[in-house]
Write a protein of this length. Structure first.
Length: 59
């Protein structure tokens, strides 16, 4: 049981480190201006949705 708890604690610490690194990477990208506008994301999503709808309609 003790090993299980230690392993769980270690996994939680490792996840926390990875999560914080991912968040910091996102913050750094945003600060550098490496972002997408909502309109760009919506335009790409509209194309994707149309493509998926076309595939489902065809088959």
């Amino acid at each position: 049981m003790r090993d299980f708890v230690k392993r769980q604690q270690q996994e939680a610490v490792e996840y926390d480190v990875q999560f914080r690194q991912a968040v910091q990477a996102g913050i750094d990208e945003a600060n550098a201006g490496d972002v997408l506008l909502a309109e760009e994301v919506e335009a790409e999503a509209a194309v994707w949705r149309a493509d998926v709808q076309r595939k489902f309609s065809a088959g």
